[in-house]
Design a protein around this ligand. Structure first.
Ligand code: SF4
Length: 479
């Protein structure tokens, strides 16, 4: 039985595991486990948030935070939702407009959002991590980006050794803007690329010549930005094994510290812009797998190691080092370097994490503006995690980040008898054990090198909400 006691100290970091993926990925298994599922940037996932968690709940969480004796420096997330044009594959929360003046109104309300939350943060406003995401943060003019930075600096105490990141769209960011961002204090950057092939770029409405990306990327490197990341997507229309291999080769010439390789999920019923992508242009399932296998092979040969779901990094990158030292963690931006403290989030649709709670802002601009106009935080839903949620989150994070779970650490931190509490999950893991993807050793559950690529499916075994969904579907089928 789960004790009602609050978990005490966090579980000690599990032993470091070897990192790289095997040279050959088992493509049959990729196909078998290639189901849509949570990416576990949070657990429980955002679709489990409830409207009963509101602004007052968030204010209470912030008051409780102030009572804590030891507080980690904060992380900040700023959502900047505007984009100049629509990329047809996109499933993000964004506002597509060519009207640059819309940013001014947004920043007006963003400043209210920041001000209210900064007051709730009390006198300990140290910040060690920040991320500007979107949308397209570089949709803002240089002046507006300076305004955002000054706004945050005037309310929070940015630590000198912090990681301050921005997502850069090279189509709307000149080398001069990169230099400005560096002067302001931003020091980490992620570049949206997806594919360099002009035919693919036309098919997804994202025209971005290689030279443009190269110049902005090199400017960031020259300015001292660290942990430079490039995002790629496989499975896009007009892609082939050889065309995407060319893209990967060009990316490798730039030698980013990190590469994120995402799978394109074609869901035109759910994401309207995807209706502009023709089925006939999409690679077949078999070809998509071959594209993936070739890309991974190229990453392996170039010395990149597999961090976990979709992410690769050079061995001396912070993520790889954090994985070796057991301090890698996950938050709404994906993999990050711990400690995993509280995250305040500003802007439309942004998600915050404070203590054992999550909260999300209004997803549409009018609702976001209305709340702030009335002096209220625009929180529309959230969740206070139960002891069971915290336990499962710890296991999912350990699997995703360290590829293993120390049973003793979990039992000590969460006061459970693992084998009894997780009897269902241990049974469900047998499928993965039989396939050689998971090993159960005394005191440990470990994802094997062969299993690392399937860590999302393995982690999902511990997701109680998914299990409830499956039971519901099974039940409705039976009746
Ligand atoms: S992919 Fe990025 S730039 Fe393109 S529409 Fe989506 S958020 Fe905007």
């Amino acid at each position: 039985m789960l004790s009602a006691a609050t978990p005490t100290a966090p579980a000690p970091a599990p032993a470091p595991r070897p990192e790289s993926l095997p040279a050959q990925i088992d493509l049959d298994l990729v196909q078998r486990f290639d189901k849509l599922g949570p990416r576990y940037t949070s657990y429980p996932t955002a679709d489990r948030f409830v409207e009963a968690y509101d602004e007052q709940s968030f204010r209470q969480a912030m008051r409780t935070r102030l009572i804590g004796a030891v507080r980690q420096p904060l992380s900040l997330y700023v959502h900047l939702p505007f984009c100049n044009t629509i990329c047809f594959y996109c499933g993000c929360n964004k506002v597509v407009t060519r009207d640059k003046s819309r940013a001014a109104r947004y920043l007006h309300y963003l400043s209210k959002d920041v001000q209210i939350q900064a007051e709730l943060a009390g006198d300990d406003r140290r910040v060690r991590q920040m991320h500007w995401g979107g949308g397209t943060p570089t949709f803002l003019s240089d002046h507006e980006m300076r305004v955002v930075w000054d706004l945050l600096r005037s309310h929070f105490d940015f630590q000198p050794d912090g990681e301050y990141a921005i997502e850069i769209d090279p189509r709307s960011c000149s080398p001069e803007t990169v230099r400005l961002l560096s002067e302001l204090g931003l020091n980490r950057a992620s570049f949206g690329v997806q594919d360099f092939d002009p035919a693919v770029q036309r098919a997804v409405n994202r025209i971005q010549p290689y030279e443009l990306t190269r110049d902005v990327f090199n400017a960031a490197r020259a300015c001292g930005f660290k942990s430079l990341n490039i995002d790629l997507i496989y499975g896009l229309p007009k892609q082939s094994v050889s065309s995407f291999a060319d893209t990967v080769e060009r990316v490798l010439e730039l030698r980013p510290d990190r590469i994120a390789l995402y799978s394109y999920a074609h869901l035109p019923q759910r994401f309207k812009p995807q209706r502009r992508i023709l089925d006939v242009d999409l690679p077949s399932a078999a070809e998509k797998l071959s594209i993936l296998a070739r890309a991974i092979d190229l990453f392996n040969r170039a010395g990149y190691i597999y961090i976990g779901m979709d992410h690769f990094a050079l061995p001396d990158d912070e993520l790889a080092r954090a994985q070796r030292s057991g301090t890698l963690t996950r938050n709404f931006q994906g993999y990050t370097v711990g400690p995993d403290g509280d995250m305040l989030s500003f802007g439309v649709s942004a998600i915050a994490k404070v203590g054992p709670t999550y909260s999300q802002n209004a997803r549409e601009l009018p609702a976001y503006y209305d709340s702030l106009e009335q002096g209220r935080l625009p929180i529309i839903r959230g969740l206070e995690l139960t002891a069971d949620d915290l336990l499962r989150r710890a296991i999912i994070v350990a699997l995703m980040c360290q590829f293993c779970v120390s049973i003793e650490s979990v039992e000590a931190a969460h006061l459970v008898k693992f084998d009894e509490y997780f009897a269902y999950e241990i049974e469900a893991l047998k499928e993965f054990e039989e396939l050689g993807l998971v090993e159960r050793e005394p005191g440990w559950i470990a994802v094997t090198p062969k299993g690392r690529f399937f860590v999302r499916a393995i982690s999902a075994v511990f997701d109680k909400y998914l299990r409830a969904d499956k039971a519901r579907v099974a039940y409705s089928r039976i009746i």
